[in-house]
Write a protein that binds this ligand. Structure first.
Ligand code: NAD
Length: 378
């Protein structure tokens, strides 16, 4: 019998939904050692929180996260609030002895992230940052192929994350979802929001990033703020492109923007090794493209692996071979792995400490963009 584990989710926006959905599904599909109980939802917006509790089946509602953290009946705190709240909430949750899942990016900057790492390690609480794309089965398969040596020496890593939703100059900054355009809440623009995902995956697949050189641009310099009603400076990077050197000697090019007309969430990566290459595309997330130079020349070519068979990562828990899964499932996998780790008392990545490495790369990118110089990470 799995033991009940009482969950308190903070923030009932986009991520509040994906995480809550994961807690609801994980037991039925993965039978982890703990059975999540939706104990409390917390949001500063009481109407939203009450409606969310009714829709998703939470037992109770809080509007002050301090009250949630003070409750003895909460085991795990799941932070799904904007970036400028992560540090305060996570440190308080650690001091209250709660297990923590925190949305990405870990923090507003490296200094904040270091405080958060110190807090969870001092408290000894299980902790994880929600870089969920690691747990798309095709991405996990890419990791397994690289770790097994199939690609050989890696030469190149190439990754983009493209969107197009901020092109209109009428779009305000601040408030639900639009906090991403307000640097005081987001910390940065596409660097912390989108490239952080690309960087986490890249470090996981290809090892540490040593140095970067970057350029950023803010295409629309002023936007009305929803909270003050005034036109204010825009402090975020609307677009960022950077080159990087990995510790293993490979070279990388990354690009992200919210001004790529026609692209909604085009996250791709390609890795070129001595013996083989792999490529992945979020828009077709259940497929992994693979090219192996060792194949006989008359059949050699890019193959598209449909990652649905039972021996593919995570897939035996879902349907039957040939039937694919999607975006939401990466969050179910994240919770499943986290709960296994809690039971075995083994940290499951990306921990706060792992996510700090991504934060350091983001800080190096933003520093480089100011000077145009190469910057060593950390
Ligand atoms: N892993 C991913 O792919 C992914 C995708 C989107 C967002 N995120 C991250 O998730 C976090 C939340 O993003 P979102 O898109 O869900 O935002 P959102 O705007 O949709 O929702 C945020 C919610 O938090 C609530 N909130 C704000 N401050 C609060 C506080 N102090 N206490 C309680 N509630 C508070 C707001 O009322 C709102 O309901 C961000 O850190 C973001 O970077 C991650």
């Amino acid at each position: 019998m799995s033991k009940p584990l009482n969950v308190g989710v903070i923030g009932c926006g986009f991520m509040g939904r994906t995480h809550t959905n994961a807690y609801k599904k994980v037991y039925s599909f993965f039978k982890p050692p703990f059975k999540p109980v939706l104990k409390a939802i917390c949001d500063t917006n009481a109407d939203k929180a009450n409606a969310f509790a009714e829709t998703w089946g939470f037992e109770s509602v809080e509007t002050d996260w301090r009250k949630l953290l003070a409750r003895k009946d909460i085991d795990i705190v799941d932070i799904c609030t904007p970036n400028n709240t992560h540090k305060e909430l996570a440190i308080a949750a650690a001091e209250a002895g709660k297990m923590i899942i925190c949305e990405k990016p870990l923090a507003m900057n490296t200094a904040e992230g270091q405080e958060m790492v110190a807090a969870v390690e001092k408290a000894g609480v299980p902790n994880l940052v929600s870089f969920n794309y690691r747990r798309v089965p095709a991405v996990t398969l890419a990791k397994n192929l690289i770790d097994s040596g199939r690609l050989g020496r890696i030469f190149h890593y190439r990754s983009v994350f493209l969107q197009d939703w901020t092109i209109s100059s009428d779009l305000p900054q601040g408030g639900d979802s639009l906090w991403r355009l307000d640097v005081k809440v987001a910390g940065s623009g596409v660097t912390g929001d989108l490239l952080a995902h690309c960087i986490d995956t890249a470090i996981w697949l290809n090892g540490p990033i040593k140095s970067v050189t970057a350029m950023t641009e803010t295409f629309i310099k002023q936007r009305k703020h929803t909270q003050t009603g005034k036109v204010e400076e825009v402090g975020i990077d609307d677009a960022c492109a950077f080159m990087a050197r990995f510790a293993n000697g490979s070279l990388a090019v990354f690009e992200s923007t919210r001004y790529a007309r026609g692209h909604k969430a085009l996250y791709t990566f390609e890795i070129n090794g001595e013996k083989a290459s792999i490529a992945w595309d979020l828009h077709d997330l259940h497929r992994l493209s693979y090219f192996d130079h060792r194949d006989e020349s008359i059949v050699r070519g890019w193959r598209s692996i449909h990652v649905t068979d039972g021996d593919m990562p995570y897939m035996k828990h879902w349907w039957v071979p040939g039937l694919q899964i999607g975006y939401e499932h990466s969050f179910v996998h994240q919770v499943a792995d986290f709960l296994e780790g809690v039971d075995k008392k083994q940290p499951v990545g990306p921990t706060f400490r792992d996510a700090l490495e991504t934060q350091k790369v983001c800080d190096a990118i933003l520093a480089s963009a100011k000077t145009g110089q190469w910057v060593e990470v950390g």
